[in-house]
Design a protein around this ligand. Structure first.
Ligand code: AMP
Ligand code: ZN
Length: 128
């Protein structure tokens, strides 16, 4: 099993190359719709619905698989930001979806934890 130090070193090494860390650091542009100490939200560049926003922790975490107890309050903050944004985007009454992909089979393409907030159209279930 990898030590906490080795996991942290891996996250640090990734930080310089992770596209969402670059957005957090202000080194890549994004259409930011919400920012707090620990959470950032910005519009997806390839929207799959009229409203498609990504919510991420500012700290690099690869996916929910890597979340630790210390990140519980960040996760609550992120979920509350999603609720706030759904209201602000006018999709609260008709409904919306919050989804996170973990790993290859789910189609995760960016290795930085993100939740997709989708709304503004009727969704199908089960997804793809
Ligand atoms: P996933 O496939 O779940 O990893 O989702 C990654 C999402 O990030 C996709 O919907 C992409 O369109 C989106 N995406 C990738 N790069 C950027 C970027 N620089 N700014 C905004 N959205 C992005
Ligand atoms: Zn990152």
């Amino acid at each position: 099993m990898r030590s906490v130090r080795s996991i942290r070193a891996g996250a640090e090494a990734l930080r310089g190359h992770c596209p969402f860390c670059l957005i957090v650091e202000g080194e890549a542009s994004a259409d930011v719709v919400h920012s707090s100490d620990r959470v950032l939200a910005f519009r997806d560049t390839n929207p799959q619905a009229p409203v498609h926003i990504l919510l991420i922790p500012k700290e690099h975490v690869t996916s929910v698989r890597e979340l630790g107890e210390g990140q519980a309050s960040m996760l609550v903050e992120l979920l509350r930001a999603a609720t706030h944004l759904a209201r602000a985007e006018g999709i609260d009454q008709h409904g919306w979806r919050l989804v996170t992909n973990v790993g290859a089979d789910a189609g995760q393409s960016v290795p930085h934890l993100h939740f997709h907030l989708l709304g503004g159209r009727r969704m199908r279930w089960p997804p793809g």
